[in-house]
Design a protein around this ligand. Sequence first.
Ligand SMILES: Nc1ncnc2c1ncn2[C@@H]1O[C@H](COP(=O)(O)OP(=O)(O)OP(=O)(O)O)[C@@H](O)[C@H]1O
Ligand SMILES: [Mg+2]
Length: 566
Amino acid sequence: MTPSGPALVDVAGVEKRFGTTRALRGVGLSLRSGQCLGLVGRNGAGKSTLVSILSGLSEPDAGTVRFDGQPAPRVGDIDGWQMWIATVFQHSMIVPDLSVAENVFLGNTPRLVSWHQMRRRTRDIMREWGLRIAPETPCRDLSVEQLQVVEIVRALVRGARCVILDEPTAALERQAAQRLFERVRQLTASGVGVLYISHHLEEVFEICQDVVVLRDGEVVATAPTASLRRDDLVALMVGDVGQATSARAAAPAGAARPVPGGPASGGPGPGGPGPGGPGPGGPAEQAPAREAGAGPAARAEVVLAVDGLVSDAARGRLSGVSLRVHAGEVVGVTGLLSAGVATLGRAVAGAEDYAAGQVRLHGRRIPPGRRDVAQRAGIGYVPEDRRAEGFVARLGVAENATMTITSQLSDRFGVLRPGHRAAAAAPLTSRLSLVSSGPGQPAGELSGGNQQKITVARTLAHHPSLIVAITPTRGVDVAAKELLLGSLADVASSSEAGVLLCSDELSDLEICDRVIVLVRGEVFTEFTRPPFDRDELIVATEGLTGTTISAAFGGTEYGSAEEAAE
Ligand SMILES: Nc1ncnc2c1ncn2[C@@H]1O[C@H](COP(=O)(O)OP(=O)(O)OP(=O)(O)O)[C@@H](O)[C@H]1O
Ligand SMILES: [Mg+2]
């Protein structure tokens, strides 16, 4: 582990300002050949700013970047930088109108290689990743996960000596993430240096030998991961013992819900009917009575009724999904990416058309694909792709957060003072620990995690009677995640709203009263008693139950329902 010769990448005294924000202050780090170095920090700590400097996209105000002892190429010399560094950015850099193969080889077209060969090569690589994406597919038709795989593959085929991965697994499901770790190990074994950025600290412990912690633009620690516990890392990131403790409380999966003030815990949700899903019911329908431990939703009114939903969406089909969400209840929906979890969320929120079935809110039918009607009826929506649907980049933080309630904030002449907006946005943004330079800062300038908080704030401001949230904590740091989930749970307990939480992030499900598992577009099973067992959830998402579970944990190879279907 002793460095021999100059580091592959050496950063010293790097400063970067954006107006009044000091995004990086005297940052220094070095990455050696064969090393996987973690870079962690809270939302807005400066990680992506450093990535854009290391990728040659922006110039530091001061400080130096050296590759193998040589000064880095000048900013804008794309070929010069690409020899050294390949980056998977936090925000997609995929060109939607180009095909998968074209994107993979974009700016990297090998000489003397025909399109035919490139397509074949792309098909082989995709197969290695367990994805059947035809190389000719235009990228605009891909899901968020598929796009991310294309980005990763594009970076890895370049053959650069350093690879930077800025939250590469944010949109990847478990198996794809494992494949990525495998690739990272192969790369480091062959001498490539990897800079790995993630809010999933367990990943950092799994694949990084060392970790650099950024806080408010400064490096506060550089240490071997083996010398740190998770709690130490969180404390270093948060820099405040009190907050670190509360973030830690949220850490263990499967523990009791971490949310103070969340819906009264302990009671299971309404007893689910198990596989097959609840049958259809009328608008005035009540939750079935339960034997023991009746929770808040026991006799509550049905807020959301979904019956026989069928969708042939390419990103995940649904073949007849039915479910109920009661007032004050948080219902989780989880499954593998292709299982239709996000499709269900989009369909319920009116963001996507569907082929058959019904969505009713308080008994009133919501027409398919009409987000406007759904929103007016009281369905709040935290979309999966926040950059496309979640906020307006050039509008300010306060304007984005209060966009859904503009008419309520206006006076009787329809005039809205900016001060009113800022005042209405302030409690929401502070609650979610949103970091910005002020209420007027354009949302497009915020860090990735803070943009996600804006989309959640916007949904909460509207006081919806149902919130549909798709992977709401994606990209959000460990401490803010707890606050964000806490506010969703609070909405359910305090306003009698229902929450439909569509997520493959198992720790998100800790706030749920019930969790429905989808397998290949159908309700496979339902967990009705929190706390939910993490391993059981994982096994269920693979479409396995009963005896197959013990086989799976006995170390035997097991096939998933996905594979069995092939
Ligand atoms: N183009 C910009 N204009 C103004 N401020 C910016 C710009 N880009 C970044 N910032 C600010 O710089 C700070 C660091 O942002 P950065 O994106 O590097 O954070 P991050 O550590 O990647 O966070 P996250 O975990 O949320 O992705 C933030 O306060 C952000 O608002
Ligand atoms: Mg970032």
